[in-house]
Design a protein around this ligand. Structure first.
Ligand SMILES: Cc1cc2nc3c(=O)[nH]c(=O)nc-3n(C[C@H](O)[C@H](O)[C@H](O)COP(=O)(O)OP(=O)(O)OC[C@H]3O[C@@H](n4cnc5c(N)ncnc54)[C@H](O)[C@@H]3O)c2cc1C
Length: 423
């Protein structure tokens, strides 16, 4: 019997899932490989970091996603090498995987741009582990100061968020709410005024990829809610207790979060091809790697040099669907078609009751309407019915009570911070 065509998909993110689902009716064998056995809904990582949601509410088991799709199998393993000549992928666990078609959809990682001290002392917000580590550190610092106020400096509770894009804005707004509405009540003996949230952006405004009006609105709303917004000054360096800005100012803080940039997952280099902007895999118009029609790259890890797309969910999802269709065309002996991206717009929440949503036709929503649009979209795209129900219940509870359920901390959760050695 002739062996089925085997498609190996690296990454169960937005792009990888879209490819596998797009091939659901085909007589093809699909193997999805991911280092984790779950898909992470990254747009809500900041909610986990600020104790609004639990980690399991924004993640979904890959095996559960494909339970009814019989042509998919899953391998939980880290990809350690790709051999384009022999068409094999080496894995951290189990035998290598041979492929007929390879989809590289391993996403992006944080990029410190070589800023001194960032890799050693700053938290990042790219994965579920990152968001849980940040939440535990913030809550753990409050517990440490409550246990012994004399050991903590006045700035131990302060957080500096580096990067005023959507992630930085959402995180700063979420942290301020956590401090003012939850931790202020949980820790009545702590002067919550010493817990500053400072948002630093090198450009002269927030939300650079949105209209100037939206950036200005975000700055006004955050400032009104108590976030200290600094624009026009970059981060020069970070050490264990402070951030030094390029204008010479130093901000003391017990927690520093870096959301100022991403680059392609280092896995991109495994193809042995020249890389493009942000170390991304350069793809042709149909999203295949030049000279290798059997290898496609999609989402955050890929770039079409002529039409670079933003590293957000929609290019990954649409790219995944496109690649699924191209695989079918190739197997039918037809030529592949170029990918056309349909920009649906962008949305960023600034906190309770406030968000900015910009649609591709120029229509703009802000305030409560923008916030409702943000809520609806996130619930719609969240994976799994149980997660959607849990998130709606949790958000409704948080909304009316100003409470946050996801703030349990065990002894083992309290980490001294990035780069610091545990005793
Ligand atoms: C904090 C945050 C907030 C965001 N907010 C928004 C938003 O509001 N709206 C929006 O549109 N976009 C948002 N984004 C961006 C969006 O999440 C990404 O653009 C999108 O996830 C990219 O999809 P992808 O399929 O390319 O990669 P990802 O979704 O990142 O998936 C990559 C997968 O590859 C796996 N992987 C990585 N390396 C390996 C390896 N070596 N071996 C095996 N598996 C591996 C990972 O575990 C992961 O599951 C946000 C991102 C972050 C970090």
């Amino acid at each position: 019997m002739q062996q089925r065509h085997r498609v190996v998909v690296i990454g169960a993110g937005f792009g990888g899932l879209a490819v596998a689902r797009g091939l659901r009716d085909e007589r093809i064998e699909i193997v999805v490989v991911d280092a984790n056995n779950f898909h992470t809904f990254q747009p809500l990582l900041y909610q986990v970091a600020t104790a609004g949601l639990g980690g399991d509410e924004i993640a979904y088991a890959v095996r559960g996603i494909f339970r009814r799709q019989r042509n998919v199998t899953f391998r939980m393993a880290r990809v350690t090498a790709i051999d384009i000549a022999t068409r094999t992928v080496e894995l951290s666990a189990g035998p290598p995987l041979a492929y007929d078609t390879l989809i590289v959809a391993a996403g992006a990682v944080s990029n410190s741009f070589g800023t001194p001290g960032v890799d050693d002392h700053a938290f990042t917000l790219k994965s579920l582990e990152d968001s849980v580590a940040l939440r535990n550190h913030v809550l753990g610092t409050f517990e440490a100061v409550a246990a012994d106020p004399t050991t903590a400096s006045g700035s131990a509770l302060s957080v500096v968020v580096c990067g005023g894009g959507p992630t930085g804005v959402e995180l700063a707004g979420g942290l301020m709410e956590l401090f003012d509405h939850v931790l202020a009540k949980d820790f009545p003996r702590i002067d919550i005024g010493t817990a500053r949230v400072v948002l630093v952006e090198a450009a002269d405004r927030l939300l650079a990829t949105f209209a100037p009006k939206s950036g200005a609105r975000a700055e006004r709303t955050l400032t009104r809610r108590g976030v200290e917004v600094i624009t026009g000054a970059g981060v020069h360096s970070v050490d264990a207790t402070s951030v030094l800005l390029t204008d010479g100012r130093r901000i003391e803080a017990g927690t520093v979060v870096w959301t100022a940039g991403v680059r392609a997952n280092p896995l991109a280099a495994m193809l042995g091809m020249p890389l493009g902007r942000g170390q991304r895999i350069v793809v042709g118009p149909d999203l295949a790697v030049p000279g290798h029609p059997e290898v496609f790259a999609i989402g955050d890890i890929a770039v079409d040099a002529d039409t670079p797309l933003p590293q957000v969910a929609q290019p990954a999802i649409q790219g995944g669907r496109h690649v699924a269709a191209q695989i079918v065309r190739r197997l039918d002996g037809r030529a592949t078609e170029p990918f056309r991206y349909h920009d649906k717009g962008s949305v960023a929440t600034i906190g309770r009751h406030d968000a900015v949503a910009e649609l591709s036709n120029g229509f703009r929503l802000s305030g409560t309407l923008g916030w409702l649009a943000w809520l609806g979209l996130h619930i719609l795209y969240l994976m799994g019915f149980r997660n959607r129900v849990n998130v709606v219940v949790n958000w409704t509870w948080n909304y009316f009570t100003y409470d946050r359920a996801a703030r349990l901390l065990t002894e083992a959760d309290v980490d001294p911070g990035p780069g610091d050695e545990a005793e």
